[in-house]
Design a protein around this ligand. Structure first.
Ligand code: AP5
Ligand code: ZN
Length: 215
């Protein structure tokens, strides 16, 4: 199955992606995670991306698209994948469509995680990520008293772009550049909205329900 997850920053794309991809046994491909790995590895790509990410702006399309093309060409993505954070604007969506057509395939479904701005700010301000396994936690909702990952013992950190000012800017960028994707995929007839409020497990259940006809 070929799935795209869209939604504003903090909607829970990364959180849901880890459960959905594992339920469906497909690789989770997160452009944000790939950029962050490059930033912490100090690669040229990371140095370039960091400047945009720290401001909450999108990394230029040619860089992002080349990176996604490489990743989707890997063996484990041949029979399916879950894209988290890509596409992020209409030009990226058009190129993805062409790329998949060239490979004789296409997307099955685009899941839109729907949540309001106030909840997004609350979620992102309390987010912590494991530096070892990448698992996502929340100080309040997961009742984290320390900065140790309960899954692997790794140390948790706060993302540089999770400052309130940068969060607001990322929301503006989402409205201006990413939200037109909703109409784009509705026109394609593959968009399904999922209520992303409430406990994580309930959101996963709703998402799996929406995916059922395609499994
Ligand atoms: P990216 O990493 O994709 O960030 P984002 O889209 O801003 O999304 P987030 O990761 O912030 O949020 P999320 O929806 O994954 O929420 P999460 O599950 O963590 O991109 C970062 C940057 O990289 C971009 O700004 C850009 O510069 C660059 N970039 C990436 N892709 C690009 C592209 N295609 N083109 C150009 N540039 C690109 O959840 C948030 C918090 O809420 C967590 O603490 C979690 O525990 C909690 N939570 C989740 N679900 C629930 C729930 N149901 N109830 C309570 N708490 C919850
Ligand atoms: Zn961990």
């Amino acid at each position: 199955m070929r799935v795209v997850l869209v939604g504003p920053p903090g909607a829970g794309k990364g959180t849901q992606a880890q459960f959905i991809a594992s339920n469906l046994s497909i690789p989770k491909i997160s452009t944000g995670d790939i950029f962050r790995a490059n930033v912490s590895g100090g690669t040229d790509l990371g140095k370039l991306a960091k400047e945009y990410m720290d401001r909450g702006d999108l990394v230029p399309d040619e860089v992002t698209i080349a990176m996604v093309r490489d990743r989707l060409s890997e063996d484990d993505a041949r029979d399916g994948f879950l894209l988290d954070g890509f596409p992020r604007n209409v030009p990226q969506a058009e190129i993805l469509k062409k790329m998949l057509e060239e490979w004789g395939t296409g997307l099955d479904i685009v899941l839109e995680l729907v949540v309001d701005d106030e909840e997004v700010v609350r979620r992102l301000a309390g987010r912590r990520t494991c530096s070892q396994c990448g698992r996502i936690w929340h100080v309040e909702f997961d009742d984290k008293q320390d900065d140790i990952c309960d899954a692997c013992g790794g140390r948790l950190f706060q993302r540089d772009d999770d400052k309130e000012e940068t969060i607001r800017h990322r929301l503006e960028v989402y409205q201006e550049q990413t939200s037109p994707l909703i109409a784009f995929y509705a026109d394609e007839g593959i968009l399904v909205g999922v209520d992303a409020t409430g406990p994580v497990e309930e959101v996963t259940q709703r998402a799996m329900e929406a995916l059922r006809p395609y499994t």
